[in-house]
Design a protein around this ligand. Sequence first.
Ligand SMILES: [Zn+2]
Length: 843
Amino acid sequence: MRKLILFILVTCAFISTSVAQKPDKLSSNQIYEKVQKLNFLGSALYIAAHPDDENTRLIAYLSNNVKARTAYLSLTRGDGGQNLIGPEIREQLGVIRTQELLAARRVDGGEQLFSRANDFGYSKHPDETFDIWNEDEVLSDVVWAIRKFKPDVIINRFDHRTPGRTHGHHTASAMLSMEAFDLAGDKNAYASQLKTYDAWQPTRLFFNTSWWFYGSREKFEKADKSNMLNFDIGVYYPLKGLSNNELASIASSQHLCQGFGRLTSRGTQQEYVEFLKGDFPKDKSNIFSGIDTTWNRVKGGKAIGNILNTIEKNFDFVNPSSHLPKLMEAYGMIQKLEDEHWKTIKLAEIETIIQACAGLYLEASAISPSATPRSDIKINIEALNRSNTAIKLKTITATSDNKTTTKNIDLLPNKRENISLEANLATDEYSAPYWLFEKGTLGMYNVADQQLRGLPETPRPAILKFNLEIAGKPITITKPVIYRYSKPDKGELYQPFEILPEVTADFKDKVLIFSTKDAKEIPVTVKAGKDNIDGYVSIKHPYSWKVYPEKQKVTIAQKGDEVTLMFTVIPPATQSEGILTPEVFIGNKKYTQALSEIEYDHIPKQSVLLPSETKVVRLNIQKGGQYIGYIQGAGDAIPESLRQIGYDVEIIDPASIDAESLQKYDAVVVGIRAYNTVDELKFKQKYILDYVKNGGNVIVQYNTNRRVKVDPSEIAPYNLQLSRDRVTDENAKVTVIAKDHSLVNFPNKIEAKDFDDWVQERGLYFPNSWAPEFTPILSMNDKGETEKKGSLLVAKYGKGNYIYTGLSFFRELPAGVPGAYKLFTNMISIGKSEIVTKPQLKN
Ligand SMILES: [Zn+2]
């Protein structure tokens, strides 16, 4: 496997961008652009923290105008963001955002790199970021990226000198880049990396500045720019029929889960980079000034450059195959280069060009989308030469079992050859995202294999090497095995060919709350990864919890089919938390992973394996009120969480709200950002406040202070100013400042320990000023900041109660945080005098 990974490593930067997509079918224009890029030997690395931080205008410009090898190093995969297109969060969101970055790079022509840092959520200051990331490990990954990619220039998206002005991850990315710039060339730093890659000193480092960092356009206009370079990144590319900024807009619009879909822009536009360190460029119009970016850069390159520059100068757009003899000559010369770095890069580039010039179609499609380790797979190969150049398919080698099949077929002009091949998947590893195989920490993924660190994707497990003779000279063209199929409503589709477990199992819910001693029936769904599954399932559980039956038999005849088994879970009598894991035993093997499949049109299908588990929480909780109306905002899982503790929750259609309709509820809860997202509330807010006046109980969760759809003065019955105040440290000390208020006493007494084990943050967008009618209940703050008292505000209004809270209940309840449940129950119970003992309804 190690050998396989090493081999794939050197080619993956090129393969991974087209894996699972329809294969690139290059037109003459595109081939010509690839020849231009082949003749440029310079590299630029752009560094920031998250998917969507990158300036696609500059990446597109460097890649398409300058022709440089350009990569974006995103320290994280964006697990901590929100998802506007589907239910995936955290690790699965990180998988989507990884693929959105790859989709953006397919458009702007860049490559994509990562570190092991995990996006754990918002952080105000790089100090906090470094407390949670392992600073040394992330720094070593940045150094690794530089030694591997060998950039001449590095460009930071963010300013390393202004901690606290933006997200802590942002400033941290720039600070680490500053350090890594010096360390990458130092043979004493991270010396174990030097077994794989040499030390590398980039020539210069820039910061991609703009007016935003100066506060206003006027201030930026007046700023001293003697230290800056600028480019017109609005250049037009006639070969593409697109401007650079149009291309950049299309690239950044791939970040759909972050709501980045946008109009394209055109026209002249200046982009600035500020020099930070290294050699100051003599020619300020050229970021590579003083760096040899021609073939002369490599020993033995001059003669290659002579051939390839002639091809570029005299490129035959009508019949590009006329260049094949010379391209093959250059290919042979590149193979003999001593410089392994440029040899690997340029071989992959020229391989693509030769194939495209010959109109050579090579495809390896498995007959099934997935298989299990060590199994045999059938592959259908299509080989087609659409030129008049002599091409012979000599042998095919499958890298998975290293077997070579001799063919010796002359690929005659436009005569399709269909070949069937069988290969063994001689590996025990799965093809799912590698960084999720081991459990990480809050701040870091756990990736033991140094060769995998930084790769955007798991190297494809099955690859075919086609050993050919073109124009009488040998060449090897590499293709990953894919799965090709069609759907009547979508046409021809491609997806990655995966190696997945024989069986996977999953719970329906990720958190189960037991608010009484009653047992719950829990479904476990078992999915077959191959035919004829025969084994049994049991549930691993904490000692104080009971699960029946102890084991159940499972048989599944068909690969892909699922069966659901019911288990009875009995909680302990007292408050308790634990983890349940389904264990499927087949023969002497145990399987404990859950498989989730992610499918969107803008990215390839993803098969993600994660440890299968559900958190179980036994709460000792008292409830007032029973019937809750819920007005959904941007979307949260609070209704399901409240149902788990026995509330009856009805989702309210905003259009149906009138003077009468809310009366039946014990409480009305308004979902997160409802006043930012639900237009209808503009007309309904008066009924909601009237409901309070008449004795109702309304709980409003956080809204942002921008783009509010209702009159901001009408959100609450009294003055309330929303702000950007937030407490991002989930362990920040919380003080109860209204100790006698019923919110912290009835029906559940709230104590200091109820603020233990909160996740990601305390809360966000707290009001920062309010009318005297409001009582602030809690006080909290992040390190080095003033006290924030606006996280939970309550006011009597008429006969009822109005509560506004920026506390992150939408994160805490789905995560099964006991104290958050108690506090939420108290909010619902305000104004009630009785504890509801109605038997818990079925979920
Ligand atoms: Zn960011």
